[in-house]
Write a protein that binds this ligand. Sequence first.
Ligand code: NAP
Length: 272
Amino acid sequence: MELPFTTLNNGVQMPLLGIGVYAPKQTNEVQQAVEWALESGCRLIDTASAYGNEREVGDAIRESGLSRSDVFITTKVWNDDQGYTRTLRAFNRSLERLRLDVVDLYLIHWPIKEHRHETWRALEKIYMDGRARAIGVSNHYLDQLDELLTEAIIKPAVNQIEFSPYCYLPEVLDYCRQKNIQPEGYAPVVRGQKAEDPKLVALARKYGKSTYQLLIRWSLQHGVVTIPKSVKRERIQENFDVLNFTITDEDMALMDTFYDNTRIADDPRTRE
Ligand SMILES: NC(=O)c1ccc[n+]([C@@H]2O[C@H](COP(=O)([O-])OP(=O)(O)OC[C@H]3O[C@@H](n4cnc5c(N)ncnc54)[C@H](OP(=O)(O)O)[C@@H]3O)[C@@H](O)[C@H]2O)c1
């Protein structure tokens, strides 16, 4: 089945479903996982310099034999590299590791207060030099987005935030929609922490799907780019097998009420 795309505010097409590759405890699994994902039809890979696996991601893309333009690659500048000159250098190092001339999306990983303005200026330069097809941010809440939009020459195309029913902040989605910023959701399956939640299990049973598939589908139906991570072949396939069913409006609304502020990362409302 053809995977859906979204069109970013600069006209670039981005797949709505991809794979994340944050794999802290595993080694040498990411290249294989990305190869399996590409075989399953995945065309969006979400990495970051902080994940330490850009080289493996680049190798997987080359091994796949797909043409470069068929794969959408995101990477991110880590906190220690923020600031204008440091970000430009960090970006060059990311390109070297990926062995690419251009990334599809370059993100600020966290909105570090004292550096984010200069970091964004560096991303704008990278974009204007044609070395990133789109630029954006991650972990930005409303006030950080407000600040950025006041200062930016180029509007962010994407805001990547933690996104599951358990940490659902509708105001961020509303804001992004209003400003034509594409929301992207990380940790969509809450790293498995909610797989046994009876509310979710009951709904998954109703649809004949796994709780993982239900969470991914919920995120997609919110129009959010969704990047579940797995290094296991059958799970990667399961996570992509979510396009043949639809959660009803009523059940979407029910899942929206599952909020209990379960997060796998820091809360951007309280950490800068
Ligand atoms: N911007 C940011 O600050 C930020 C922060 C965190 C994450 N991210 C990005 O978002 C991606 C996804 O988030 P995440 O990796 O933190 O969490 P996640 O995708 O919610 O969960 C990944 C975990 O769930 C397991 N899993 C996935 N699919 C499964 C399935 N169908 N059945 C059973 N277990 C399954 C995986 O195990 P196995 O691998 O063993 O299958 C892995 O341990 C990351 O990889 C990264 O690219 C970004």
